[in-house]
Design a protein around this ligand. Structure first.
Ligand SMILES: C[S@@+](CC[C@H](N)C(=O)[O-])C[C@H]1O[C@@H](n2cnc3c(N)ncnc32)[C@H](O)[C@@H]1O
Length: 660
């Protein structure tokens, strides 16, 4: 449990940054991680498989889309379930010799790349025997070569479903993609994958590609990026050239949870807006200010109206609409006034994850590095959505369709983890189970161990740390810019306001892969007045280049970076920086020769992160790629203690526009 160890060491260092024992223990921790990484990398070369993590389950509502797409086929391309041909010619006597001659001639044309001629000839064979699967498949192939997609489908449609071979399903799927009938295309690729017993990786890959395109294109419509499925799962790419400093994308969270360590800083539970008042910012100094200063604060500090949930008096919001939104979205399910078990959750948060076990012991129950509120909100959002659908449909019991529809938005987040959450924190499962046993409206959400483990790692793999970038303090600075009364206050305004830190699951951001030579940085943002995240290009990015952020502090030596990435995300980084930095001074970073016992090779004089056995190796490595990364700036995190978790990888805060 390295992450937890790190968290405790950090907490210790926050109390005493010079504590020698903790510093030594941190070094030990690094050694242990490196050792484990070496053992794992010796025994396995391949990391996770995105194809096995992304399933092909049907999305709720796809059945209706499928009907619509079939209608398009029918109206636009005259393709329908009832084949357009009749078998009337089947009864006629067939001239088999002629058919064989035609097929042979068509083959010959194909082998000379005479597609149109092949088409004319094989069409004659189809005319003679329209239900012949072989002729239809042959002609569909020719149409495919000629990029006549509707005709491809016309021929394949005639072949009865039970007789379509996996390759027919796959190629038909490709033609359907070209016609942009994505749900049908998914259906065909799914069939190809199933019939091949999962062996056809291309079909599985094509399935995910079309799915990702249809789900993410609407999200990126107004952004200079698109999402595509690659060998590393979903990935973000530039739609056009993006200049250094430009916003690559913005994203609003689907779920947020304030970190337990910052929970004393008031913020909106629903949207993360900062609720810092002058009393909190200035503290005792406020009473010492003169009349002018006090009136300036009164006039110019934005009105912070902290609204409490009127039922439990625990959750705080920035506005009435936020309170109502929270209530509808999740809070009504867990509000202690509605659901008495909710009190245990809020007590747990108040007590930094501590609580009583079932046998009455006071213990740390929650051991995650993010707030349990994240998981609770996911479940509460799902339960609320089920309830809303029931009300809308006038049904008394929830259906599988209701549940599937409610869970669908969270299918966007990949989950990977090794140690089950149920093992890490055995006391949490019963607490969550009790909490969701009665969600109101007659529904209960069964939090099984699999549900807990799956959601726990879904959050762990995708969370991003962020803070509201523009707080009342920033707005105050902006408001007093031109007011002479502010002169006396300036010296009291130099401290940064206390930060409410949040973790968030953001759908687009969660598609960004990692590189230690990243081209974008994650920053806090304000989007339509709500706190969110944005990615800013930290160098020029070319059209169709992948957008990479960094999950870790790239200043950390390569071996440690590798170890952390493998440990937390189960992949070996193969970015330029990892390729052209060395592991250690005892090995030539280029030819991998080992130095003699007790000796070190000379380091690159500039970056000191690669070692070479001689000038030849150094020159070759420089030319091949070291020159690109040698001087490239690193993405340093705001906490520079050497080891970092993805969840904390946000760079922040960005100075708000116009702030003093
Ligand atoms: C936040 S997700 C990024 C998007 C992810 N590709 C997906 O399909 O959802 C993090 C996961 O992406 C994968 N990943 C990210 N960067 C990678 C890289 N450079 N090489 C291989 N896999 C990577 C890892 O599986 C990691 O756990």
């Amino acid at each position: 449990m390295f992450a937890d160890a790190l968290m405790y060491f950090r907490a210790g260092l926050a109390i005493d940054p010079n504590d020698v024992t903790i510093t030594q223990e941190l070094k030990m921790l690094q050694k242990v991680i490196l050792k484990e990484q070496k053992e794992v990398s010796d025994s396995s070369s391949c990391a996770y498989s995105p194809l096995s993590l992304c399933n092909q389950a049907i999305y709720p509502g796809d059945d209706k889309l499928l009907v619509m797409e079939k209608e398009i086929l029918e109206v636009k391309y005259h393709i329908m379930d009832d084949p357009f041909y009749t078998n009337e010619k089947d009864g006629q006597k067939k001239d088999q010799d002629l058919e064989v001659t035609l097929v042979q001639a068509a083959y010959e044309c194909l082998s000379c790349d005479q597609q149109s001629e092949a088409l004319t000839i094989i069409s004659k064979a189809v005319d003679i025997d329209p239900s012949n699967i072989f002729y239809r498949t042959f002609r569909a192939q020719v149409y495919f070569n000629l990029r006549d997609w509707a005709k491809v489908i016309q021929d394949y449609w005639v072949i009865p479903k039970s007789q379509r071979k996996p390759d027919v399903w796959k190629q038909g799927g490709k033609a359907l993609v070209e016609l942009w009938l994505p749900v049908l295309a998914e259906f065909w690729f799914r069939k190809a994958t199933q019939l091949s017993g999962g062996k056809d990786k291309e079909a599985a890959q094509l399935f995910q590609k079309v799915r990702v395109k249809r789900l993410y294109d609407p999200l990126t419509e107004d952004q200079p990026v698109y999402v595509e499925f690659t060998e590393f799962g979903r990935a973000v790419f530039a739609k056009r050239d993006i200049n250094k400093g430009e916003t690559v994308m913005t994203d609003l969270p689907m779920v947020i949870g304030q970190s337990l360590t910052s929970r004393h800083v008031p913020a909106c539970y629903n949207c993360a807006v900062s609720l810092i008042t002058p009393q909190i910012y200035f503290g005792k100094r406020l009473s010492g200010f003169d009349k002018d200063q006090r009136s300036l604060i009164e006039e110019c500090w934005p009105n912070v109206d902290i609204i409490y949930c009127p039922h439990c008096n625990i959750e705080t919001y920035c506005s009435k609409p936020c309170r109502l939104e929270a209530w509808d979205n999740y809070h009504s399910v867990i509000c202690p006034h509605e659901n008495p078990k909710g009190q245990l959750l809020y007590d747990l948060i108040k007590n930094d994850g501590y609580g009583y076990t079932k046998d009455g012991q006071w213990k740390e129950l929650w051991g995650g590095h993010y707030s349990p509120m994240i998981l609770v909100k996911i479940w509460a959002i799902i339960a609320s959505s089920v309830k809303a659908q029931m009300v809308q449909g006038g049904s008394k019991v929830p259906t599988i369709e209701h549940w599937a529809r409610a869970k669908a938005p969270f299918r966007r987040f990949i989950a990977y983890g090794t140690v089950p959450a149920t093992t890490r924190m055995p006391h949490m499962l019963p607490l969550f189970q009790d909490l969701f046993a009665n969600c109101g409206g007659g529904i209960s959400y069964d939090i099984t161990p699999e549900e807990f483990n799956g959601r726990f790692y879904q959050a762990a793999c995708n969370l991003q740390c962020f803070s509201p970038s523009i707080t009342p303090y920033h707005r105050f600075l902006d408001n007093i810019k031109e007011d002479m009364r502010s002169l006396g206050l300036i010296k009291h305004l130099t401290d940064r306001p206390p930060e409410a830190q949040f973790a968030a699951m953001c759908p687009l951001h969660a598609c960004s892969n990692h590189s230690c030579y990243n081209n974008s940085e994650v920053c806090d943002a304000e989007i339509y007045g709500r706190p969110g995240v944005q990615m800013i290009a930290c160098r020029d990015i070319k059209k169709n280049e992948e957008i990479f952020i960094t999950y870790i502090d790239t200043m950390v030596p390569k071996l440690l970076r590798k170890a952390w990435l493998y440990k937390s995300f189960n992949f070996w980084c193969s970015c330029l920086r990892c390729q052209f930095e060395g592991d250690q001074p005892t090995e030539c970073s280029h030819c991998l020769n080992k130095a003699s016992e007790g000796k070190h090779f000379a380091a690159c004089g500039k970056c000191k992160r690669a070692w070479y056995c001689g000038g030849k190796c150094q020159k070759e490595a420089w030319k091949k790629g070291h020159k690109v990364i040698c001087n490239a700036p690193h993405s340093q995190l705001y906490e520079a203690d050497g080891l970092e978790f993805a969840y904390n990888s946000g760079k922040r805060p960005v100075p708000p526009p116009g702030s003093a």
